[in-house]
Design a binder for this molecule. Structure first.
Ligand code: SF4
Length: 447
């Protein structure tokens, strides 16, 4: 049961960080449906700018926690001590915070939740990749209902895994904010991927985290899209995933982080933006913004909002197809946003941040991995300061898509290379633990 308390400071939440308004006229989106989505999304973001109280440590900044402690009669400096224990020492148990008085430790334990949810599965792959499946049911988010930007986005109706295709209703589905739906499928996953040292010799430890429970986009090749959207993760739930991965035994501290787990970050910006603050702040995870990647299927207004947030994170656009016709076949949200819309938004992002855009392209055998697709992709790359990540598809039980053969992957890359495009084939990690987004949750649910 949530603990009631009074907060006098500003926790990490929709009221902090980002400006509260966004004018659709700032965008250059041309598609009529994307214009609808932009306007609705902007409006929803304004509605979402509601301060919230929180009993979850990871929702807080040092200032908001100090203000909270003020209200409880605890000294304000305790907040800095607690932040030090959690973020610098990896201790999330107030009983172990030995420079606090016994009384203060007890009060912390009674009034603040440090780790929400339960890790219901922890898997380790032979290549060192580790994956956590977290069930949030025991500690539901206390954020008020009715402030979810996804209410006005084209949220897909959840469909059973055995269904033969995505529901692709154009109309918003308000059931996405229904609490019973939220709590029914209340599991997300996050992954820690160790890899070779980077150019500076630092060990690379990449966290892949989720922003939502399920996903509203419903890509037809994706395990997360199988069940539609169940709900948004709170800021604290997003940050907590990174913290838990960072302190897994034997892993070492995070160097990189990607929003490539479950969910569409742009559909939960009200919580993702303040989470970015905690992930990059000196008092938080302390990641370099340039080593944080926000991956989106493409919501132009969200991309511009992220640009205005003034934190030069890497923007990755999940393109996955080189033309609108094919893209609509595999990504239902592509009906609302054209590739030209994405190019325009990507250019705006580059102009605002100086950061080259990463185009993510998942190769599906016989679907989008043919030479003609590669040549079309070159045409897109010529319009945008970008690099391309090619991803070999990890097959999902029950879905018809196949992993591409190596010769096709190399041929695809060769076309881009010959055109002078900066292209990488992303290494598959954790295949033996189903490390593609959504796959662990899918399997654990017996779907
Ligand atoms: S691929 Fe990404 S955007 Fe598409 S359904 Fe899966 S999680 Fe959502």
């Amino acid at each position: 049961m949530p603990k009631a308390h009074t907060a006098f400071g500003k926790p990490l939440g929709p009221s902090t960080g980002a400006p509260n308004t966004f004018e659709p006229s700032q965008g250059t989106s041309t598609g009529h449906l994307s214009t609808f989505a932009d306007a609705a999304f902007s409006s929803a973001l304004r509605l979402a700018a509601v301060p919230s109280l929180s009993d979850h440590f990871f929702d807080h900044t040092p200032d908001s926690l100090a203000a909270l402690f003020d209200g409880w009669g605890l000294p304000r400096y305790r907040a800095k001590q607690v932040f030090d224990w959690v973020y610098a020492k990896g201790v999330a148990d107030p009983a172990a915070m030995t420079n606090l008085s016994q009384r203060d430790r007890q009060q912390l334990g009674e009034r603040l939740t440090f780790l929400k949810g339960d890790v219901v599965r922890h898997q380790q792959a032979t290549d060192g990749t580790q994956k956590l499946l977290v069930d949030w049911s025991s500690t539901p988010d206390t954020a008020p209902a009715g402030t979810d930007p996804t209410l006005t986005l084209p949220v897909l109706t959840p469909r059973p895994a055995s269904g033969s295709g995505c529901a692709s209703d154009d109309a918003p589905d308000e059931s996405a904010d229904d609490e019973s739906a939220w709590y029914a499928g209340n599991r997300t996953e996050c992954v820690m991927i160790p890899s070779d040292n980077d150019a500076s010799g630092r060990p690379r430890r990449t966290a892949c985290i989720s922003s939502q429970v399920g996903c509203p986009v419903g890509c037809k090749f994706c395990a997360s899209g199988l069940g539609g959207l169940d709900g948004n993760l709170s800021t604290g739930q997003i940050v907590q995933q990174a913290w838990q991965l960072s302190w897994l035994p034997g892993v070492g501290r995070l160097s990189n982080l990607v929003f490539m787990g479950m969910g569409e970050p742009m559909a939960n910006l009200k919580n993702v933006l303040p989470a970015l603050t905690a992930l990059t702040a000196d008092w938080g995870l302390g990641l370099s913004a340039r080593r944080v990647t926000v991956s989106t299927v493409g919501v132009p207004v969200g991309i511009r909002k992220l640009a205005a947030f003034d934190l030069p994170v890497t923007l990755a656009i999940s393109l996955h197809a080189p033309n609108d016709t094919l893209r609509k076949e595999i990504i239902p949200w592509a009906s609302f946003v054209t590739i030209q819309d994405l190019i325009d938004a990507g250019r705006d992002y580059f102009d605002a941040t100086g950061r080259e855009i990463t185009l993510e392209y998942i190769l599906l055998s016989g679907v989008n991995d043919l030479p003609e697709h590669a040549h079309e992709l070159v045409g897109i790359c010529r319009k945008l300061r970008c690099n391309v990540n090619l991803i070999r598809y990890n097959e999902v039980s029950g879905l018809p898509f196949k992993r591409p053969v190596d010769t096709d992957v190399r041929g695809f890359r060769g076309v881009l290379n010959d055109a002078g495009i900066n292209v990488h084939i992303r290494a598959s990690r954790g295949r033996d633990i189903a490390a593609a987004c959504g796959q662990l949750r899918h399997e654990a649910a017996g779907l």
